[in-house]
Every structure is written in structure tokens, then in C-alpha cells.
Design a protein around this ligand. Structure first.
Ligand code: SF4
Ligand code: SF4
Ligand code: SF4
Length: 357
């Protein structure tokens, strides 16, 4: 029975993804699946592949010890699929493009676009739906941009631990420090809070909305809007490369991106939560596992992660006393985590598969 139970979540994701995509394939006039644009009728193969991938992913991620690694790599794959499709659409064949209209694939455009055009577009609707269904999972599973901030935030940590492996003297020093309760250099980077992040977030949010509104007022078009947007996109990438990498935290996502700010505020419409129980011993071991700067001493003492928590789950296995737990109404923490995995991984796979939006 125990052995069988590890297949429940994969089965749930497989059936859910298959059901939703099959309904869309049968009911919609224009197929949403990419493969049908090249090989008509092959959408059913794509559905089977996507559902199997979702089942495989949840099978791996149900093990809390492995979930952070699988989340990171599956999120990167998601982003690679998106950008490869985008590049092929521009350079090779426009059937690869997700929409008929070309737009700059940077998250701040989701907020700036509707203000500039004074009309709702599909992306804000998708964002709101995702928040309703799975809270902040947009910023840990579905965003094509944030995956790279996550990669930058973890790249230096990997490198520095690599150095330590090569250097025995350093390794011994690290061990001594650990015995004395002093955290390693990498942990210290991750342990330091991102100061004034709300001031930064709100400033960038207001500025982006203001710029979009000014561009609309002055009826700026073409290069007049493209150049500032490209500069801002470059600025976003610069934050990832130079700050997130150094601080080993997703500084772009927690202190700059206006969509992250919307997600942080809007996530409370979803009933999913992450709590720190009273069994917490204040050992602070979980602090360096959080790339979103949501586990600082103050947050732990308050009994819940900070507002930038995306419910990514990377911290869950770091707690020896299982004090960090998912919550969903009165469900047990385990059931709440399982439900969250099924929902987020299913949506992740659906977003990956839908080609025409
Ligand atoms: S904060 Fe912005 S860039 Fe980061 S994951 Fe969320 S939407 Fe994407
Ligand atoms: S939640 Fe767990 S890992 Fe974090 S401080 Fe408390 S006991 Fe330590
Ligand atoms: S507190 Fe835990 S679940 Fe929340 S963002 Fe940090 S690592 Fe992820």
C-alpha cells in the first residue's frame, strides 16, 4: 500500500493535464497545441508527452529532499522552451510565436502593457487566474524570466562550495566554523536580508506604471517605446547577473520586478499558506535555503515566512523538526503540500504546452 501511494500524485497530475488539454483540443476551434501547426492531428501525442512529463515531475518532487533541485531545473526547462520558441518564431517560422502579435517577453510588460494600451490583455488575465488557483506559484514555477534569477542566485553558492572541495585547508576551517556554529561564506550571503526591499519594490512598481501612462499620454510609439523597454530589460538582467549572483538571493524578483510585487500582494486570495509551527527551535538552519529572502530571523520569530515567500517549498526539508509546513484550510500539512504540488505542477505543464494564447 505504501509503495502504491507514491503513484497517487503522478496519476492525479497525468489525469488532470490529459483532461484539460483534451477538452481544449476537442472544444476549441483553433488548436492551442504547437505541434498541430506543423503536423495536424499530432496534438494527442503532445498531450500524452506533457501529461507524462507532469507525472514524472511530481513523482520526483514529492520527495521534499529533492524538490528544490527538480523545481529549479524544471523551471529552467520551462523558460528554455519559451525562449527557444520565441527565438524560432522571430528567426525561422512565425508559427512558433505564442501570439499573432510580437511583444517583448519581460514580466514588467504585463503591468505596463495594459496601462499603455488602456485595455486588458491576455497576460494579466492569466496572471490573475494563476494567483487564484495557486497563489504565488507564478514566481516559482510559471514565469519564463524568474528562472534565470533563481539560477543566478544559486550559481555562486555552487561555485564557492566547489572551491572548498578543492581546498582541504579551507574545508577544515569551514568544519571548525560549523562546529562553533558560524555559518559558511555562502550561507552568510544568503542569510543576509535584502534591505529596504519594499521601498525598492514599490518605487519600481510606481515608476513603471507612471512611464507607461506618460508614454500613452504623449502617444509614443515604435522605437520611442521599444528603446526604453529594452534598457529596462537590460537593467533587469544586470540585477540578476551582478546582484542576485553576488547576494545568492533572487534580488531581481524580491526587490525589483513589479509583477513579483503584484504576486506578493495578490497571493492572499489563494488559501494556500506556509507556516512555521511552535515546534520551531530557532536553529536558523532554514534561512540560507530560501532564495526569495522570505526566511529571516524576524520572519521565523513571527511564525511565518515573509511576504516574498512563493511557497516554492525549497526550505521544507531543511527543518529537522518539520516546523515549516504547507497549509490549506484544515488539511494536514502533508495533504496540503501534496495538493499544492499537484496543482502547481499541472498548471506548470499546461502553461508549457499551450502555444496559442
Ligand atoms: S518576480 Fe518577476 S521575474 Fe521573478 S518570477 Fe515573479 S514575475 Fe517572474
Ligand atoms: S523552522 Fe526549522 S529550520 Fe527554521 S529555525 Fe525553526 S526549527 Fe530551525
Ligand atoms: S520560505 Fe520556503 S517556501 Fe517560502 S519562498 Fe522561502 S524557501 Fe520557498
Amino acid at each position: 500500500m505504501q509503495k502504491m501511494s507514491k503513484y497517487y500524485l503522478p496519476l492525479a497530475v497525468f489525469l488532470f493535464v490529459t483532461f484539460i488539454l483534451s477538452m481544449m483540443e476537442l472544444k476549441m476551434e483553433t488548436s492551442m497545441l504547437m505541434i498541430n501547426r506543423f503536423i495536424p492531428g499530432a496534438g494527442w501525442i503532445q498531450i500524452a508527452l506533457l501529461a507524462s512529463y507532469g507525472a514524472f515531475l511530481v513523482y520526483k518532487m514529492q520527495d521534499a529532499d529533492k524538490s528544490a533541485v527538480w523545481r529549479k531545473w524544471s523551471w529552467l526547462l520551462f523558460s528554455l522552451v519559451f525562449f527557444t520558441q520565441f527565438a524560432l518564431g522571430i528567426l525561422a517560422d512565425e508559427r512558433f510565436l505564442m501570439t499573432d502579435k510580437l511583444h517583448l517577453p519581460v514580466p514588467f510588460m504585463i503591468a505596463a502593457g495594459p496601462v499603455y494600451r488602456a485595455q486588458m490583455t491576455i497576460m494579466p488575465i492569466l496572471l490573475l487566474s494563476s494567483i487564484l488557483i495557486s497563489g504565488p506559484a507564478w514566481c516559482s514555477h510559471y514565469c519564463y524570466f524568474g528562472a534565470w534569477d533563481g539560477l543566478m542566485a544559486s550559481s555562486k553558492a555552487k561555485k564557492s562550495s566547489g572551491k572548498l572541495r578543492l581546498n582541504d585547508r579551507n574545508k577544515e576551517k569551514e568544519k571548525e566554523k560549523e562546529k562553533e556554529g558560524i555559518r559558511s561564506e555562502g550561507e552568510l550571503h544568503r542569510g543576509e536580508p535584502v534591505r529596504q526591499k519594499w521601498a525598492w519594490k514599490m518605487t519600481f512598481f510606481v515608476l513603471i506604471i507612471l512611464f507607461a501612462w506618460v508614454f500613452r499620454m504623449f502617444n509614443l510609439k515604435g522605437l520611442q517605446t521599444l528603446i526604453p523597454a529594452l534598457v529596462l530589460a537590460g537593467f533587469s538582467i544586470g540585477i540578476m547577473i551582478f546582484i542576485s549572483r553576488k547576494r545568492q538571493k533572487m534580488v531581481h524578483c524580491v526587490a525589483f520586478c513589479p509583477i513579483g510585487t503584484l504576486v506578493n500582494i495578490g497571493k492572499y486570495i489563494s488559501p494556500f499558506r506556509m507556516k512555521i509551527e511552535s515546534s520551531c527551535t530557532s536553529c536558523m538552519r532554514c534561512i540560507p535555503t530560501c532564495p526569495y529572502d522570505a526566511l529571516n530571523v524576524k520572519d521565523i520569530k513571527a511564525g511565518k515566512p515573509g511576504i516574498t515567500c512563493t511557497l516554492c517549498g525549497d526550505c521544507v526539508s531543511s527543518c529537522d523538526v518539520s516546523a515549516i509546513q504547507y497549509r490549506f484550510f484544515r488539511m494536514s500539512p502533508k495533504a496540503a503540500r501534496n495538493l499544492y504540488l499537484v496543482v502547481t505542477i499541472s498548471v506548470h505543464v499546461l502553461c508549457m504546452g499551450l502555444a496559442r494564447l
